[in-house]
Design a protein around this ligand. Sequence first.
Ligand SMILES: [Zn+2]
Length: 385
Amino acid sequence: MTRKLYYEDPWLLRWESAVTGCVQVDGAWEICLDATVFYPEGGGQPWDQGYLGGVRVLAVTERDGEVIHRCDGPLAVGRTVEGQVDRHRRLALMQQHTGEHMVSGTICRRYGVNNVGFHVGSTIVTIDFDGPVPPEDLPKIQAQVNEAIWQDLKVECFVPDRAALEKIPYRSKKALEGPVRIVRIGEVDSCACCGVHVTSTGQVGLVKLLSCVKFHQGVRIEMACGHYAMDLLEQVFDQNRQVSQTFSAKLLHTGEAARAMADRLAQAQYQIGHLQRQLFDQIGEGFRGAGNVLLFREDLEGEALRLLADRIAQSCGGTAAVFVPAGTGHRLCLASRTQDVRPLGDRLRQALSAKAGGRREIVQGTVPADRAKIRDFFHTQGWDL
Ligand SMILES: [Zn+2]
C-alpha cells in the first residue's frame, strides 16, 4: 500500500520517497513509491502530472491500494527520489472539482435534481443533472455559489465510521460499500468523493456558469472555475477588445455596436440584391432573342452566377452559359428554358474535365479550363459566338 500524501495534505506537492518498484511496460516504466504526492485518476478527477527524480510522470493509476506512476524513464529501486506535482494543473483540477461540488450541491438543494455525470480536466467543466434547471436562474445560482466561495468555508474531507455515516446526509451516485469518504463544504454540500479538493472555498476563486441546455431527461450545465475561469475571461476580454477596436465602441458597448453593424449590413445586402436584380434584368433584356449565349463575367459572387444565367435564359430563347474565374479555372452555370442542359454539361465533363451537375433547366459546377479553351469547346458545339 502506498501512503497517500495527497489525502493528508492536498497542498503538499513536493516530497521525497523511496522507490519500491520499477518495471518496464509498453515502452514506459511503472514506478511505485512508499509514499506519493501524485493523485491517481479517480472519482472523475484526472491524474497529476509532474516529475519524479528527473523522469517525467505521464500517468498515475491505483491498483489494489498501490499507486503506480507511469514514467518516461526508469528509477533504481531503493533510491530516494523527489516527486514534484505540476502545481498549475493540480490547483486547476482541485478548483474545478470543489467548484463542481458547490454547484451540484447548490442545484440539488434548490431544485431536487441530481448530478448524474460530470467532466473536469478541460477548460470548461460540464455537469449533467437528471431533471430540469431553469436556464434563467443561472445568475442566481452563480451568485449563491460565489458568495459561498468568498465566505471561505472550510472543505472537510473525512471517512466516518458506519454509525456516524448513517447520520450524515450526503450525495452519492450509487450505493457504497466499505469506508465512504465524505467531502463536506459547510451547508453548501456533502458528497461521497475520493477526489482531492482545496482546503477552503476561497481557493476556488471564482465560478462562472456558462450555459444550461437540455440533455437527455435533464440538463447539462457548462462552467469554468478558478484558474481556467480567469483564462477564459482573458480570452473573452481579448475578443471583446478586438470588437471594440473594430467598431470604435467602448468595451461595455460592443454588443450595441455589433447589432447596429449587423443591421446596416442587412440593409446594404438588401439594396445590393435590389440593384443586382435591376442589373441582371438589363443584361437579360440585352440578350432577348439572341439564342445561345456564352458570357464571361468577373464580378459574380455566390448565387449571383446562377441568378444571372437564369435571367438570361428567360429572354435569350436558347441556352445561357455563364463563366466566372475561380482559381486556375472557372465556375460555370448552364441555364435554359427551352432545352435540357444536362447533355451539354456531360459534354463539358468529357471535353474539359468539368465537374458539373444539376437538373434539366440548370447545371452548375467548375471547369479547370481557361477562357480560350472554353470558347473553343462552344465552337465545336456549333454555337455562333
Ligand atoms: Zn467529487
